[in-house]
Ligand binder design. Sequence first.
Ligand code: SAM
Ligand code: SF4
Length: 427
Amino acid sequence: MPSVYIETYGCQMNVADTELMRGHLARSGYTTASDPGEADVILLNTCAIREHAEERIYGRLGALAQHKVRRPHVQIGLAGCMAQHFRDRLLDQTPHLDFVVGPDAYRRLPSLLSGDPFIDVRLDRDETYADLTPARAAGVRAWITIMRGCDKFCTFCIVPYVRGRERSVPAPAVLEQVRDVAAQGYREVVFLGQTVNAYRDRDVDFGALLRATDGIEDIARIRFTSPHPSDMRDSAIEAMASCRSVCPHLHLPVQSGSNPVLQRMERGYDADEYLRLVDRVRAAVPGLALSTDIIVGFPGETERDFEATLELMRAVRFDSAYMFKYSRRDHTKAGKWDESVSEAEKAQRLQAVIALQERIGAEINAEWVGREVEVLVEGPARRRTGWLAGKTRHFKTAVFPADGSSPGDLVRMRVAHSTAHTLVAAA
Ligand code: SAM
Ligand code: SF4
């Protein structure tokens, strides 16, 4: 039987898509190879969100070409956002590349692989892969894609161009997947979508989907990522407040604290509206943990604009943040604008937001010292032998001395001390 090796780059949507392709290919007779040196098909599932991500993939493609020297039948391909982004030139310009497959063409992968070199990057308004069963990685957490694509067209972002229009997986198919993963032993589900809270299947909106999922037996925790502030409706906030399994953690990307920048980003909210939304969710879900995404160095971002971002971070006090230097992307609106912030200045601003976030994150975690938390055990701790690690309901990494508990167990531990990223039990 032929075997396939898949390497995944980028966000959780890609991790979930890799599981989808693996499951689909398995049903067509492909086994999974854990080493590219043993695979008949080598597939990179790629990311195009920033230039750096694409550079890494070109480098990796060059290295993988060696596998064709000894075994010329090996097929090397690109899937995902970068495949879609560079569709017109990839096959011509990249020696050793045999196929290019976009995010809406994975269903056709098995039949395409049996033919000549190919490129299939048709975007499909209706494709949700609702009927395909992913081959999920073992663990306690199952990623379930509930919607695909994005209609927002933020001016910096390539996603709508490479993943197409927004569409939701029918609610019965989502609920069936949740029941399936529960039966397979997963204890937590994470609903995924580029604007996950824009989910809608006829009269089932995102809040209704959370409520329908809550209480499915053996699923102890429900999370979701990434919601968009403009789609955060009362129904979802009420579901977060009332559903036992929905975790008190919200990843709510803000991008900037400056109104002129938010406006040029076409994010659809200003800083005050974002702050009011945070207040509303915090009032409904006391003790809510918040995380966010921040971009520094967007075209036209002045020192004053940047200060407004720092100010917003101080006002909200996020538990954690993904922080990025702006990266110019073809096709996007902002990609046509002059970059006004130098690389050096971007790097400085990035260091400043990271330093502020590290301080705030450490202060928030210190408030947990002395309190008891519930940990969903995932496995051995990375840095401490003989310790176990897992996540708290507030999505904090927690570590404690091994006590015989197994992955999937819910254990209680008292926090003895903390760092900016971890809660630690007494030794
Ligand atoms: N849909 C989510 C939202 O709008 O909140 C975010 C999805 S995007 C894959 C993840 C993050 O990448 C964004 O929130 C943004 O911070 C960052 N990002 C997107 N385009 C970028 C760019 N051109 N340069 C730097 N960061 C970017
Ligand atoms: Fe990109 Fe904006 Fe869509 Fe998020 S909402 S994926 S940042 S266009």
